[in-house]
Design a protein around this ligand. Sequence first.
Ligand SMILES: [Zn+2]
Length: 118
Amino acid sequence: MVTTGVESSPSSGYVLCPFCAEEIRSAAVKCKHCGEMIGGAKSTPAYFRPMGMFIAFLCVGPLMLPLVWWNPNHPRSTKLAITLVVVVVTGVLTWSTLSGIDRIMDYYRLLDDLGRQS
Ligand SMILES: [Zn+2]
């Protein structure tokens, strides 16, 4: 295969490494010249993958939102949608926790009143 040195099409079976610009096979997952991992999903850190972000949300709730906005793989609309979902879920969970506490306090007041009557 003759290389022009400028660009090679993926159909030729070779692409340029995004890290060192050497020619590598398009199916390669690791550059043989510089050793970098090639390919979107495989080189994405765990905390930027959907499951990683979901686990982060379970652990720290809305404090994981910076991970969403620092993620270079998502367009702005996806970031806004994820932010909206996180805010809504956080709001619903906060409301249900507060109303649960309210209900428990009502039972304590009832028990207190019953205790005074007897
Ligand atoms: Zn390389």
